[in-house]
Design a protein around this ligand. Structure first.
Ligand code: HEM
Length: 564
């Protein structure tokens, strides 16, 4: 070995001091690489097509270089290049993307592959072990307890809350008439207000400063979690803790958890005081019991369109019970959980109740805010479709200003098709990820996806697959005419996921969207000058427009649009 002179310092450097550590490092990498190649996950993963990977880093370097909105295009290009099953290596982590409904059914319909991928851990400080991220027995027992609280009977008691808040947002939006504005801000605000009331029982009347602070904190927390998903360096806890976002997160969580804890404490106290006086609220079983009535028969015969679309999901959301429990008996999800914990029907601690209420606040917020914003922008572009929606609303309401009833929502068939189609083209949850605990064989080429890999269901791509939809990129509500849905693969339309881990809030979301959107559209015409091709989509946990949901509104004259 020789020595050389470092020109910058003038020192003699012994090359052995550099050579041997480098040799050691390279040998270490080589051994690690060979060991990786011999692993079960590597052998099975490499049988699946995907972009060329470099040793140790896999494809991480390609992903790192991309901006959030470029990731959507990258994923779509891979699907085009490699087909419906694509593998990507992030270091030694195997990720398999699925975009064929047959393969997706194997994963989503399973009671085994229900564990969420590690990316969901960012929610943990906020949602703890709530329904969205928990697994195993905890998830199973909580799901069994929470699914009935979304029973249609209970949802019907929320109709007036949806109406009142929709009316409020119409008033707030009045200041935007004639201007270009981001409608998502309004949709986000009204969604949090509705959730505060339906999840926690906090009404505008009872809401003080803490309600407003809570709403702001929920919105800001969503933003921090989004940033952690698309800013790669923020994924590492150690790095995240060094950023100002960490401190902000602590403050926001203090506000959020502070209010949830406070409300749970006071509701529990009220429950116990009432119990001592002999006042016992109705149980979930009593609220959801099916009483055969004339209205029931009528409602069953006029089931919503989406009931047919989702009937192949095999999940635990009921379809048949249509008994109206009445406005006065309205109870928020939190009241129902406290009641079932207190009467011994369910074993759930106050801490777990808090986690579930926080989960509902998160899941119910950004998803519906994005869904309603996309729908309004799409209607702003496709005016002839908006005219048809308005004509249907005019048929139902004429020129009256009355609030919508549950029966009205059953008649909003075209609006429902518009909502379903918006969720097809722009699914608020564009991908779903699962961590496999066991090897699983999928129909496409009998590939075996190895235990330990992450499976990503590409909802966005499946919804735009030419195998399932003619002219898949065209906004066409007729895709949801009964004759067009009846022979389509159930797993080719999964905005709410499907199977045992499907969205527990699906019926709530569709009912709320119908009342909110119908109220806005009865008052305003939405107008958008930005065509769909110019939407800049952001690959995020919730699909959004990176360019903002910009549109305009014009006051409506209450006359049929075709007659206008
Ligand atoms: C348009 C609106 C909505 C869409 C598109 C949507 C979509 C989804 C999807 C795709 C999942 C599965 C996520 C995954 O597996 O990673 C999910 C789960 C969930 N959603 Fe929704 N959601 C919506 C509205 C709501 C609302 C309004 C609520 C509550 C009020 C809600 C509560 C939940 C909960 C608690 C879960 C977890 C279920 C479980 O793991 O058992 N969602 N949602």
């Amino acid at each position: 070995m020789t020595s050389f002179v470092d020109e910058s310092t003038g020192y003699h450097v012994n090359s052995r001091l550099i050579f041997y550590p480098l040799l050691l490092l390279a040998s270490g990498f080589w051994i690690l690489y060979r060991w990786q190649q011999k692993s079960h996950i590597y052998k099975l993963g490499e049988k699946i097509p995907g972009p060329a990977a470099v040793p140790l880093f896999g494809n991480a370097l390609i992903v790192l270089k991309k901006k959030p909105h470029e990731l959507v295009d990258l994923g779509l290009n891979y699907a085009k290049q490699f087909g419906n099953v694509v593998r990507v290596w992030l270091g030694s982590k195997l990720i398999v993307f699925l975009t064929d409904a047959d393969d997706v059914e194997v994963i989503l319909n399973s009671h085994v592959h229900i564990d969420k991928s590690t990316e969901y851990r960012f929610f943990k400080p906020w949602l703890g072990e709530g329904l969205l991220i928990s697994s195993g027995e905890k998830w199973r027992s909580h799901r069994k307890m929470i699914a009935p609280t979304f029973h249609i009977n209970i949802l019907k008691s929320f109709v007036s809350v949806f109406n009142q808040n929709s009316k409020n947002v119409v008033e707030k939006m009045r200041s935007e008439v004639g201007k270009t504005f981001d409608v998502h801000d309004y949709m986000s605000g009204v969604t949090v207000d509705i959730l505060l009331e339906t999840a926690m029982g906090i009404t505008r009347k009872t809401q003080d400063e803490s309600g407003f602070d809570y709403a702001m904190a929920v919105m800001k927390m969503c933003d921090i979690i989004h940033q952690r998903h698309y800013k790669f360096w923020m994924r590492f806890d150690a790095v995240f803790k060094l950023t100002p976002f960490f401190k902000k997160q602590i403050n926001l969580l203090n506000i959020i958890h502070g209010l949830t804890n406070k409300v749970i404490k006071s509701k529990k106290q009220t429950y116990l005081e009432n119990k001592a006086k002999g006042i016992i609220p109705l149980t979930i079983e009593e609220l959801t019991r099916n009483v055969e009535s004339d209205e029931n028969v009528l409602a069953n015969s006029a089931k919503t369109l989406s009931d047919a679309v989702f009937k192949g999901y095999r999940d635990d959301l009921d379809f048949n019970d249509e008994n109206d429990i009445g406005e006065k008996k309205r109870l928020a999800f939190l009241d129902l959980m406290i009641e079932s914990a207190q009467n011994g029907t369910n074993q759930i601690t106050d801490h777990e109740i808090k986690e579930e209420v926080d989960t509902i606040m998160f899941e119910g917020h950004d998803t519906t805010a994005a869904g309603s914003s996309f729908t309004l922008c799409l209607l702003g572009i496709h005016q002839h479709i908006q005219d048809k929606v308005y004509d249907e609303l005019y048929e139902i309401f004429g020129d009256s200003d009355r609030p919508a009833t549950f029966a009205d929502t059953l008649k909003m068939k075209y609006l429902e098709r518009v909502i379903l189609e918006s969720l097809r083209l722009y699914p608020p949850v564009p991908i779903i990820a699962r961590q496999l605990k066991r090897d699983v064989k999928i129909p496409t080429k009998n590939y075996v996806l190895p235990a330990g890999s992450t499976v990503v269901v590409g909802t966005y791509k499946i919804h735009r697959h030419e195998k399932y939809y003619n002219n898949p990129d065209k906004f066409d509500p007729d895709n949801f005419l009964p004759e067009n849905t009846q022979n389509r693969h159930y797993y080719s339309y999964i905005p709410f996921s499907a199977g045992p881990r499907s969205c527990v809030g699906r019926k709530y979301a569709l009912l709320k969207l119908k009342i909110l959107l119908s109220t806005i559209l009865r008052n305003y015409k939405s107008v958008s000058d930005i065509p769909e091709e110019k939407f800049s989509l952001q690959a995020d946990i919730i699909l959004k427009r990176a360019d903002g949901f910009r549109m305009r509104i014009e006051p409506r004259k209450r006359v049929q649009s075709t007659a206008a």
